[in-house]
Design a protein around this ligand. Structure first.
Ligand code: NAD
Ligand code: IPM
Ligand code: MN
Length: 373
């Protein structure tokens, strides 16, 4: 029996609501694989950790994360912690966690995880049909982690990139692009930066090109300034099918545009990993792209799909359970495409449905368990 240690950090607001569904799903996945024993521990992060321990993540939780195979993370933050000093904000818990695990590549796929979701996009169907790109966001550097100066009359964040940080992120983007070609998709990597203005972007672009031409000459690498990419993602999103390779700040913004393209942030997953995929199992933090959605928390209507698809990424990248990941993604698709609930599929209100968080989670469990041919 192989043992896997999983740390679960539910976080704030809708975090615990969606994490509960992911835990249920994981229970079913584990039940069908008695040869793998998953040891689950729980910890605090974000505002709930701040309230309990005075810090957004404790050293003990960080060490616990570091000794786990993976961390399943809910989401953090909320209006009740708006006034706290910058270094204690709930969001700092997430950043410290990513940094402690050196989870330097944040993988954020954007596609219609179920074909019927295309109607939810506010963009015209002919514009969004077939959209399928993955943002690879550098996750441990840039403006997020540079030296800060925060005083009464001044605030600054140092936006700095070093060669090695760019190289390793480029290797992840390239590895994912190589996998795409296996499925007949385009082998294109789009580099998004602001090399026309920022020094940190100029080194980003230069090292990215050097790494690709030295190590991955078979891949096509194209540059797009991040601001015009934001516009083009809305105007013609399929132009970027393939991989979008970008820095921490631009990746944060561009990956929320993904939610706008497909119609809800609530379905988008993410994996923050600490090594190049395909080179053995890696440690990672798995969380939905969205935040703690304080506006809908406590109502039982948050969409658990982003969290559950993040669990699928966890199974694939950190637990070596790629088949289970595929089966789980398929189960999610079947549930979203099903015609229960007045023909709308078993969906939460953000996707136009009337199902609760729990009903969606239960349905995914049932379909996963039943299997399909
Ligand atoms: P948000 O992503 O929480 O919400 C944006 C909108 O999307 C809201 O209308 C919300 O109701 C909706 N939404 C988000 N997730 C949903 C889901 N699962 N189901 C249905 N609807 C969903 O962004 P925000 O309101 O700007 O931020 C709220 C807090 O979350 C802030 O404190 C922010 O810092 C934090 N945040 C945390 C994370 C994280 O923990 N990983 C990520 C982003 C933002
Ligand atoms: C995200 C979030 C985080 C980020 C916050 C909560 C630190 O917006 O995961 O996209 O900015 O990276
Ligand atoms: Mn974000």
């Amino acid at each position: 029996v192989s043992r896997k240690k999983l740390l679960i950090l539910a976080g704030d607001h809708v975090g615990p609501e969606i994490i509960q569904e992911a835990i249920k799903v994981l229970g079913v996945v584990a039940e069908l694989r008695p040869d793998i024993k998953i040891d689950i521990e729980h910890g605090l992060i974000g505002g709930s950790s701040l309230d309990a321990h005075g810090v957004p993540i404790s050293d003990q939780t960080l060490e616990n994360a570091a000794s786990s195979h993976a961390v399943l993370l809910g989401c953090v933050g909320g209006p009740e912690w708006e006034g706290v000093p910058g270094h204690l904000r709930p969001e700092m818990g997430v950043l410290k966690l990513r940094k402690r695990l050196d989870a330097f590549a944040n993988i954020r796929p954007c596609r219609f995880f179920a074909p019927s979701l295309i109607d939810r996009s506010t963009l015209k169907p002919e514009i969004v049909a077939g959209v399928d790109f993955t943002v690879v966001r550098e996750n441990c550097g840039g403006a997020y982690f540079g030296a800060k100066d925060e005083r009464e009359d001044i605030g600054s964040d140092l936006w700095v990139y070093e060669k090695a940080e760019i190289e390793r992120c480029a290797r992840v983007s390239a590895a994912l692009a190589m996998q795409l070609s296996d499925c007949g998709k385009k082998r294109v990597v789009w580099n998004a930066d602001k090399a026309n203005v920022l020094a940190s972007s100029r080194i980003w672009r230069r090292i990215t090109h050097e790494t690709f031409s030295r190590e991955f000459p078979e891949l096509k690498l194209k540059d797009q300034l991040a601001d015009s990419m934001a516009m083009l993602l809305v105007k013609s999103p399929t132009k970027f099918n393939g991989i979008i390779h970008t820095d921490n700040t631009f990746g944060d913004i561009l990956s929320d545009i993904s939610g706008g393209i497909i119609g809800s942030l609530g379905v988008l997953p993410s994996a923050s990993i600490s090594s190049v995929p395909g080179q053995g199992p890696c440690k990672g933090v798995y969380e939905a792209v969205h935040g703690s959605a304080p506006d809908i928390s406590g109502k039982g209507i948050a969409n658990p799909v982003g969290q559950i698809l993040s669990l699928a990424l966890l199974l694939k990248y950190s637990f070596g359970m790629a088949e289970e990941a595929v089966r789980l993604e398929k189960a999610v698709q079947i549930v979203l495409d099903s015609s229960d609930h007045q023909g709308l599929g078993i969906r939460t209100p953000d996707l136009g449905g009337s199902a609760s968080t729990k009903e969606v989670g239960d349905a995914i469990c049932a379909v996963y368990r039943a299997g399909f041919s």
